[in-house]
Design a protein around this ligand. Structure first.
Ligand code: HEC
Length: 134
């Protein structure tokens, strides 16, 4: 066994070197992954497709904006600015969007929006519709 492996390393030094280098490469990749900031909104939650995201931006401006204000600073409904939503859990806001608030003008959006859509809307609200998308 010993003889065999020493023969192998004599015969194929390059391959041996490559094999030795591999764990180092893996470690480097892991280290890079660990220092990378998480992708928005949550790395483990899939985003709506690009066209859908554009539709959702329009919905946010025109439909939600009808009550919450074009700039989301409030109207019939309360402001939905990043400051106003700070500290409110995502799940609570997502539920409100999907279920609406009974006995108020806030309608349930579940017939039109998936949970993924609602999560994206919350993300857009939190970033104040960055890049003027909505
Ligand atoms: C017809 C008017 C109307 C429309 C359209 C509307 N909302 Fe609302 N919304 C309200 C009202 C009124 C409230 C406050 C309900 C209450 O009294 O708790 C509210 C509450 C909310 C809240 C909870 C805010 C908080 O501080 O608890 C969120 C989030 C929200 N709306 C998001 C949306 C989104 C996103 C849309 C578009 C998909 C939308 N709303 C469309 C009227 C509307």
């Amino acid at each position: 066994m010993r003889r065999l492996s020493s023969q192998m390393s004599r015969r194929r030094p390059l391959e041996v070197a490559r094999r030795r280098a591999r764990p180092l490469k893996t470690t480097a990749c892991l280290a890079i992954l660990m220092v990378m900031p998480p992708a928005a909104p949550a790395a483990d939650k899939p985003l709506p497709a690009r066209e859908r995201r554009a539709e959702l931006d329009r919905l946010l401006r025109h439909d939600c904006g009808a009550c919450h204000g074009l700039e989301r600073t409030g109207g019939l409904g309360p402001p939905l600015t990043p400051e106003r939503l700070a500290g409110r859990p995502d799940d609570q806001l997502i539920q409100t969007i999907l279920r609406g608030v009974p006995d108020t003008p806030m309608p349930p959006w579940k017939p039109l929006l998936s949970r993924r859509d609602a999560r994206w809307l919350v993300h857009r609200l939190r970033e104040g519709c960055a890049d003027d998308g909505c």
